[in-house]
Design a protein around this ligand. Structure first.
Ligand code: BGC
Length: 756
């Protein structure tokens, strides 16, 4: 018998009742401890862009999202996703870990890596990208950073939680290929490369089964296929039936159900509906988590909040995306002898995070107006007019004041964005428009001043096509966290060169989005009818115009790509394709470029997106400097998920590799041939005559039967062609007994026995 170690030994010293009680939380944010065995209770809390620890002295409900202790509010995931900077995410992770640790938090609930399927999702500000590779790499970096401090993470919301409408009961109807290629892929990357200590099971159902009670998701895929050995925690209140949840592979239900779940688990073991071994497994995983997080509960130096604020500022600056910059109107010269009209309440009262469980009480809060004033030279005259009310109510007088200020100024900088509360957990957006009052203000300002710069504050994308012609520059600042205001000033004055790139396409119109007709669904289900064609995968495949493409973002300098050199080593599963090229900063100032590698399959047996992001890197270059970049691609980067093969399939042949600055700005392209064995589909009774005939063993077996059909005419290739698409079962039925499936199977078995 194997000797039981730590967690196993403790688990065997527990009674069934104690074990069952451990599998559900204590209160809102803690696990249950077992004093007699020295098992502590640990704290799990939100996440993802700051530590939201409930203030124990606040009184009121434990779920009051406004009653948390101050913590650094880093930029939201919508912003961080646009940084395309894995090192930055790792550093933010370390800072989040340090603050969690100081606050006694053992597991930080994040990152959120759900795919931005529709721009309407109310929680897109908490998610990284519409692309699973980008989301997966950034999410993995954050996990590594947090966990390097001894604090666990919880990758959420597993899986297919892509809307807030009916989130507790909607069934996401998604075919398996789409799940694997799009909705599970970021989770898979994080689980297999960064080993998050926990994964959070989502509220919704997937193909009819609740995520938190889904054995396919939580056991088959997550544990058996990806090798996850951590703990699965439910989203708060996601468990309907604790017995099915534990049987499916869920380990910890949150929050507490006051003993109700434990009682049901004990009963289920008693009457044979639940194997006690399932409870044991979950308890061991919980104890292992508690053990792993022990180091993180040791006292540590208090985090330096000034350093974290500076990091938040740097992160916000790295994440902002310069969408347009006609005639290089930006950067503004802080030392110019000029007048700048700063317009828009958001310059003074920033929108810097979204609503819901991720809401952090910041340690301090910068605003762009003060930051601009601090940085402006003596000759620069800055005026401020609010322009609109945060409530969205019309206030004509405010508009006239702003227009007068703009008229008297050389440049008007308008701070526009989405009002607080529009983007929130719990509900989706109704549209992607900026409030009409703000658009009218912009139009009025543009009539009197042609040097208009718009700075945006929003988590999910907003429609820009209707108004961006009125602005010479548009800087998308996202919800940039507590230092976002200073970061915007850094960018406007050119102290930092913009280097963010869109992690989500900005469509011309909401109706262009591929999920449009299937979002948010109805009558309990939402059909993912666009399949793998999410975001740019759709726009680029059908070549639809967009406002700004995935990966887009301007800089105050320019970059040139040259010398593409692609080498292929090995074949099949071991293939490595090295993509090398030279990147040059061909402009006047230092800057950072995000070089993106996309792969398209030239000839595939299944439909595939025109191209998909498979590698990227962010490179800092001084003016005039060049760097050699090398990015490697592997078998998986060329594969699709096949339900016939029940796995990833690499089809040999030609692919095309593009290197570029966005999914639409492809600078270098070259074909590449990948060698791999031809995938052989397993033969079943439902395989077609053509598939049987193409099989080296199945072909002769079927041909022998076909030859026995008198007067079938199957010797004639034209007739044979007509029956090729028949499934074998159908052919057998039509053959009047001449095609005998059992006989064919016997011959196949004999052939394979002879081969052995
Ligand atoms: C959210 C999770 C969050 C949890 C705890 C849920 O409503 O979906 O993201 O971690 O609450 O606050």
């Amino acid at each position: 018998m194997q000797e039981k170690t730590g967690a196993g030994a403790v688990a065997s010293a527990l009674t069934l009742e104690e074990k069952a009680s451990l599998l559900c939380g204590q209160g809102a944010w803690k696990t249950v401890g077992v004093e007699r065995l020295g098992v502590p209770s640990i704290v799990l809390t939100d996440g993802p862009h700051g530590v939201r620890l409930q203030d124990p002295n606040a009184g009121g409900s434990a779920f009051d999202i406004n009653a948390s202790l101050p913590a650094t509010c880093f930029p939201t995931a919508a912003a961080l996703g646009s940084s395309w900077d894995v090192d930055l995410l790792a550093r933010i992770g370390e800072a989040l870990g340090a603050e969690s640790r100081a606050a006694g938090v053992s597991v930080l609930l994040g990152p959120g890596v759900n795919i931005k399927r529709s721009p309407l999702c109310g929680r897109n500000f908490e998610y990284l990208s519409e692309d699973p590779l980008l989301g997966g790499h950034l999410g993995a970096a954050l996990v590594r950073g947090v966990q390097s401090t001894g604090v666990g993470t919880s990758v959420k919301h597993f899986a297919a939680n892509n809307q807030e409408t009916e989130r507790m009961r909607i069934s996401a109807e998604v075919d398996e290929r789409t799940l694997r290629e799009i909705y599970l892929a970021a989770f898979e990357h994080i689980v297999t490369t960064a080993k998050p200590r926990t994964v959070m099971a989502a509220y919704n159902k997937i193909n009819g089964v609740h995520a938190a009670q889904n054995p396919w998701l939580l056991t088959q895929v997550l544990r058996d296929q990806w090798g996850f050995d951590g703990l699965v925690v439910s989203d708060w209140g996601a468990v309907l039936d604790p017995v099915s949840a534990v049987a499916a592979g869920l380990d910890l239900e949150m929050p507490s159900t006051n003993g109700f779940s434990a009682q049901r688990l004990v009963q289920a073991v008693g009457d044979g509906r639940l194997d006690e071994a399932a409870i044991d497994r979950a308890v061991v995983r919980l104890l292992e988590l508690i053990e792993w997080t022990a180091a993180g509960r040791e006292p540590a130096a208090a985090p330096d909040l000034d350093v974290h604020h500076a990091l938040a500022r740097q992160a916000a600056a790295e994440s902002a995306v310069l969408l347009k910059n006609d005639d290089a109107i930006l950067p503004l010269d802080p030392d110019a002898d000029a007048a700048v009209a700063v317009i828009g309440e958001f310059a003074r009262t920033p929108r810097y995070q979204g609503a819901g469980s991720s809401r952090v009480t910041p340690t301090r809060l910068d605003n762009a107006l003060d930051a601009l004033r601090d940085a402006a030279g003596e000759k620069l005259r800055l005026s401020f007019s609010p322009g609109f009310l945060l409530s969205g109510d019309e206030e004509p007088q405010l508009v006239s004041e702003a227009v007068a200020a703009a008229e008297a100024a050389d440049v008007a900088v308008l701070f526009l964005g989405l009002p607080e509360g529009v983007e929130s957990e719990g509900h989706d957006r109704d549209d992607i428009d900026l409030p009409a009052v703000q658009v009218r203000l912009l139009e009025a300002v543009a009539r009197v001043n042609r040097n208009v710069v718009v700075v945006l504050a929003n988590g999910g994308v907003v429609e820009v096509a209707g108004w961006h012609r009125h602005a010479r520059a548009v800087l998308e600042g996202w919800l940039g966290g507590q230092a976002g205001g200073s970061a915007i000033a850094d960018l406007l004055f050119g102290r930092v060169n913009p280097s963010g790139r869109l992690a989500e396409t900005i469509p011309l119109r909401l109706a262009d989005n591929p999920s449009y007709l299937n979002f948010p669904g109805g009558e309990g289900t939402v059909t993912y009818g666009e399949r793998v064609y999410v975001g740019y995968r759709y726009y680029d495949t059908v070549d639809a115009p967009v406002a700004y493409p995935f990966g887009h973002g301007l800089s105050y300098t320019s970059f040139a790509y040259s010398d593409l050199d692609i080498r292929v080593d090995g074949s099949g599963d071991d293939v490595v394709v090295r993509v090398r090229f030279t990147l040059t900063n061909s402009g006047p100032v230092a800057g950072k470029e995000v070089a993106q590698v996309y792969v398209g399959d030239t000839a595939s047996s299944v439909d595939r997106p025109a191209r998909e992001l498979k590698a990227f890197t962010k490179v800092a270059l001084a003016a005039g400097e060049s760097a050699q970049v090398e990015l490697a691609l592997y078998a998986r980067d060329f594969s699709y998920f096949s339900t016939t093969h029940d796995g990833w399939v690499l089809e040999p042949g030609e692919f095309v590799i593009h290197v570029g600055a966005s999914s639409r700005d492809l600078r270098l392209s070259a074909p590449v041939t990948v060698h791999a064995p031809e995938p052989v589909a397993p033969l079943t009774d439902e395989s077609t005559v053509a598939q049987w005939l193409a099989d080296p063993a199945g072909g002769p077996a079927l041909r022998a039967s076909l030859d026995r059909i008198p007067g079938s005419g199957l010797g004639d290739p034209a007739i044979l062609r007509m029956v090729e698409s028949l499934p074998l079962t159908r052919l057998a039925a039509l053959s009047g007994g001449h095609v005998d499936i059992d006989d064919i199977r016997r011959q196949l078995a004999q052939a394979s026995a002879q081969e052995l």
